[in-house]
Design a protein. Structure first.
Length: 455
């Protein structure tokens, strides 16, 4: 298993001793924190905010030709509206506008569609006999759930996410060989995202983020603020969620019997979050001077919390129980979608347990992505035993018929028109029309006939 390590620190300036769990970042940039108690103190302190993009963008604006300065200024103003880059007071204001989408009640309402997405993705995976869990399950499922949340199609979500990466690259333009082109590409991507979001907003389903925005349900925020934080959701709902699912799959599938045990699944999701959080570090910056156990952290310094180490308690190595992990952040900037992410994991592994209880890893020690911040398997090969395939076939056909007929009672007699719809639906699965379709009077009857025919 090959990992890209998170940053390493050293002693303080002049070799001075430092409090336990704190080391100095190179070149006096700031501090690296491993200790849980210290991390919580700093993450809970309003004098410690996020690493703002303003100084970097200001430097970039002075380092490009004059004709590109307006593009840099536009991107900088846009970035300043994103809640994850806003100072604490502004962050709280922006967070309040989006919080209703992530309450316990809101997430509960999302569970049925999460389950549908999980069952669909798992069904295709099982039908194929398995494959790479990351590309066939974790990422497609994360995309599907995030797309529903926002109110766009999955392909459009993927396109928006790719555009958002080009916008994000502008923050690193000063290091690029052709910074001017990075700025041009980033601003073009931002312009296209704005156009696409406006178009999607006009037709987004009620209750989705974009649909609620259209109907005036996001209150207390300007349209540019909402727009910027829609982009933030596009950026924040893929790699971290897919990484969490991949890490959890590794822990669950390499533990005998865990997949079919709901309690074990829940515990192992927690263990994976504790030991292998999808985001390795939490980056903050001191807005004012802060003192920690006699050590003065001057204003304007970076504070990097190593999440896995802090989850394990730091100095004494004692694991932190349950939801108290720092894997979703801590304090004012804790991830709004933490509850949603846990529910996503629960529904996905429940679907996998139901459809493929014999799923097995083909490599219990997979290679991890080489990334300074993200931690997830690069590939996670999973094999589905042939004995699990018939279960999946019946489920796949049932799901297709209930959706096509808008009926979940498997034993209600079907009308003649509904029987014709059933014929057309099953044709998409390569199932030929029966000689006497009128004899198949219920969804259950069609499922039994179709799976027997396919077998």
């Amino acid at each position: 298993m090959i990992r890209t390590p998170s940053p390493e620190g050293g002693p303080g300036p002049g070799g001075q001793p430092l409090p336990p769990g704190i080391t100095a970042l190179p070149a006096g940039l700031g501090w690296l924190v491993d200790d849980r108690a210290t991390a919580i103190r700093l993450l809970s302190d309003d004098r410690v905010g996020v690493v703002a993009s303003g100084p970097v963008m200001s430097l970039l604006g002075r380092g490009v030709p004059a004709d590109l300065a307006p593009a840099v200024a536009d991107i900088a103003e846009f970035a300043g509206r994103i809640m994850l880059q806003a100072e604490p007071d502004h962050h709280r204001h922006l967070r309040k506008g989006f919080a209703p989408f992530f309450t316990a009640e809101a997430v509960d309402d999302m569970v049925p569609t999460m389950r549908e997405d999980a069952e669909r993705v798992v069904a295709a995976f099982v039908d194929a006999g398995g494959g790479d869990f990351m590309t066939a399950v974790a990422f497609p499922y994360a995309v599907a759930v995030a797309a529903r949340l926002l109110g766009v199609s999955s392909p459009e979500y993927v396109r928006l996410h790719q555009l958002s990466k080009r916008v994000a690259m502008v923050a690193y333009a000063m290091r690029a060989p052709d910074r001017e082109q990075v700025v041009r590409d980033g601003h073009a991507a931002l312009t296209e995202m704005r156009r696409a979001i406006a178009a999607a907003r006009a037709t987004a389903p009620d209750g989705s983020v974009l649909g609620t925005w259209r109907t005036g349900g996001i209150t207390g925020m300007t349209d540019p603020d909402v727009e910027a934080n829609v982009v933030m959701l596009v950026q924040a709902t893929l790699e971290t969620v897919a990484g969490m699912l991949g890490n959890a799959a590794l822990w669950i599938l390499r533990t005998p019997g865990a997949l079919v045990d709901p309690r074990a699944r829940e515990e192992l999701v927690d263990e994976s979050l504790r030991h292998q959080p999808p985001l390795k570090t939490l980056e903050r910056a001191t807005r004012e001077a802060v003192e920690v156990d006699g050590l003065r952290l001057p204003a304007g310094k970076i504070v990097t919390v190593r999440v896995a180490e802090a989850n394990l308690g730091g100095g004494d190595g004692t694991a932190v129980a349950g939801n108290a992990v720092l894997s979703f952040g801590w304090g004012a900037y804790r991830c709004l979608g933490a509850r949603m992410a846990r529910y996503q994991a629960a529904e996905l592994f429940s679907a996998l347990a139901e459809r493929a209880p014999g799923a097995r890893l083909t490599d219990p020690e997979p290679e991890y992505v080489r990334h300074i911040r993200f931690s997830m398997p690069r590939l996670l090969p999973v094999r589905i035993p042939p004995a699990d395939a018939p279960r999946q076939g019946a489920h796949e056909v049932t799901l297709a018929l209930t959706e096509a007929l808008e009926e979940h009672d498997l034993d209600r007699p079907l009308t003649s028109l509904e029987q014709e719809v059933a014929v057309l639906t099953l044709a998409e699965f390569g199932v030929p029309e029966p000689e006497s379709p009128r004899r198949l009077t219920t969804i259950r009857g069609w499922v039994e006939w179709a799976t027997a025919t396919r077998g």
